[in-house]
Design a protein around this ligand. Structure first.
Ligand SMILES: N[C@@H](CCC(=O)N[C@@H](CS)C(=O)NCC(=O)O)C(=O)O
Length: 241
């Protein structure tokens, strides 16, 4: 187990996928430095993320943020980071570990589909350059995929946690995802929530966890915006058929 604070490398101006890692670190009260949110003069800023992607942290060169440095160890991929931290700090039982990881990867699938609603053609193009395709993509997302995915998660959230009777980082991730969906697709989500009471209860339980509540009220918590994954473009928030 590392004795130095963890270092999180993630784009400083959006919550993005970094927020899934922050929520675990905050909930478990693990010391960490949010490197890119420090001043550039102190080695922070987006430059720190670029350097981490270049391989400057040593170890296995990561592809994309979030990236976690734990002493000499560098871990990338959100789900792998969460699995790593949970195992390091006994935040998940041995029997639940694989289930938790599997659910986290399904959340990652959902997050990717959300990203593709505003970037259906290419991540390298601006939203404004793919608006028509985005509208078409979002129509299918809110009409078909989002209800299917949330119905799925609802069906496994009666434990009352997502991993049976054990609170895990997956609950934190579902909280963040529901918050993001509420920001990006408030109309669509409001039409689904009447049939997802387990998820709604889980979301409020997570919000009230003492360390989470403290974090949400702090200036470390950043708001969703139109540069991140969950973006509020009202034209994409179609009514569910
Ligand atoms: N599957 C990866 C995706 C990582 C990812 O796409 N990161 C975004 C920010 S949220 C990024 O900066 N990607 C850079 C790129 O794709 O070029 C994960 O879950 O961590």
């Amino acid at each position: 187990m590392t004795t130095t604070p963890y270092e999180l490398y993630y784009w400083p101006s959006i919550p993005g996928r970094g927020e899934y890692v922050r929520l675990l670190l905050e909930d478990a009260a693990l010391p960490y430095v949010d490197v890119a949110r420090q001043a550039e003069s102190e080695g922070g800023g987006a430059r720190a993320v670029v350097a981490a992607r270049r391989g400057d942290l040593g170890g296995v060169r990561p592809w994309a943020p979030p990236i976690l440095r734990a002493g000499d160890h560098v871990v990338a991929q959100t789900a792998a980071i969460l699995d790593f931290l949970a195992a390091q700090h006994d935040l998940v039982s041995a029997t639940a570990r694989t289930t938790a990881l599997s659910h986290q990867l399904t959340i990652a699938d959902l997050v990717e589909e959300v990203h593709d609603t505003h970037h259906p053609i290419a991540s390298g193009l601006y939203y404004e350059e793919q608006r028509d395709a985005a509208r078409e993509r979002a129509k299918h997302f809110v009409g078909e995929r989002l209800p299917m995915l949330l119905d799925y998660f609802e069906s496994i959230a009666s434990g009352p946690f997502l991993v049976g009777s054990e609170h895990t980082y997956v609950d934190l991730s579902m909280f963040q995802t529901l918050e993001g969906l509420d920001y990006a697709f408030p109309r669509a989500l409001s039409q689904i929530t009447s049939r997802t009471p387990n998820l709604s209860a889980l979301r409020e339980r997570v919000r009230e966890r003492p360390n989470v509540a403290r974090y949400l009220a702090s200036d470390r918590r950043s708001a969703f915006n139109e540069d991140g994954i969950f973006r509020r473009y009202p034209e994409l928030d179609a009514v569910v058929a």
